[in-house]
Design a protein around this ligand. Sequence first.
Ligand SMILES: C=C1C[C@]23C[C@@]1(O)CC[C@H]2[C@@]12CC[C@H](O)[C@@](C)(C(=O)O1)[C@H]2[C@@H]3C(=O)O
Ligand SMILES: O=C(O)CCC(=O)C(=O)O
Ligand SMILES: [Fe+2]
Length: 341
Amino acid sequence: MVVLSQPVALDNHTSAIPTYKPVPVLTSQSIPVVDLTDPEAKTLIVKACEEFGFFKVVNHGVRPDLMTRLEQEAVGFFALPQSLKNQAGPPEPYGYGSKRIGPNGDVGWIEYILLNANPQLSSPKTSTIFRQTPQIFREAVEEYMKEVKEVTCKVLEMVAEGLGIEPRDSLSKMVRDEKSDSCLRMNHYPTEEEEVEQMVKVGFGEHTDPQIISVLRSNNAAGLQICMKDGRWVAVPPDHSSLFINVGDALQVMTNGRFKSVKHRVLADTRRSRVSMIYFGGPPLSQKIAPLPCLVPKQEDSLYKEFTWSQYKSSAYKSKLGDYRLGLFEKQPLLTHRSNV
Ligand SMILES: C=C1C[C@]23C[C@@]1(O)CC[C@H]2[C@@]12CC[C@H](O)[C@@](C)(C(=O)O1)[C@H]2[C@@H]3C(=O)O
Ligand SMILES: O=C(O)CCC(=O)C(=O)O
Ligand SMILES: [Fe+2]
């Protein structure tokens, strides 16, 4: 496995995809695994969210054939001629994108499709994606999203129970809401013919996900790494039959920092193509986000200002991938002692 030293070269083809000389990183045996059918699951989830902001889920209930079918459809789309794929881009923010991530100059060794989870809000570009391939792709997306949304809500209900938040659907109802601003991303980290020996490319630079939680499924190609509390990077062994959960910024705020949104990245192994699909469980745009009163009995202990998801999202889209987006929404610490000078 690898960690990054300083970038040693820039890819001249795409101008700025950082390429690094690999140095060893830990491969984690210690990433928590939660069996959703375990009666202790809620306690284990809370512990994992506090310690890592990340965990793996087994017995999640998403049918394996749905995951495989969506992966195959995505692979079929990514195999189309570049000119056809480009008709579905550039993403704004939904649609097909290649190498550029977001609107502020971030790049990676990646191509992707970003879809709004709400079919009523699908953009003309999204429709173009489906026009390139048979109807089966649209169906695979819809069926997968239905089941992965259930897992998302189940995990959020377990979080609520584990933290003693009432009612138990306080968090999950934001994702179940028909106006929920959730999205699905399918990422493809391609192989490269001309392999530069002993180099890794940044597929998706380090960042936290802005939403409540993200639910990730990938094929068996490695690449995902998470950052531990002490700053060390840990490689996550891929497992195509499991799902991986990330705590997002909105959940960090609602738990008043008890859960931390996990910093993560993908370092592409250009000998093996990685395909991942991530469901980002988000609240409605008008949803107010603030520490939950039951977790912060004294208002003055609240670490964050209240904001709407719409405000956070606009702010996120003005930021670069690696920026600390929550900084703007933190309360200033109260000065308890005045100096006489
Ligand atoms: C650089 C950016 C891409 C991103 C929007 C942003 O300005 C900052 C957050 C990025 C991120 C990370 C998690 C998800 O992949 C994503 C869809 C999201 O909601 O926030 C992406 C955004 C994107 O690629 O549009
Ligand atoms: O592709 C992956 O494995 C992770 C990508 C990711 O973090 C994201 O899309 O936000
Ligand atoms: Fe992410």
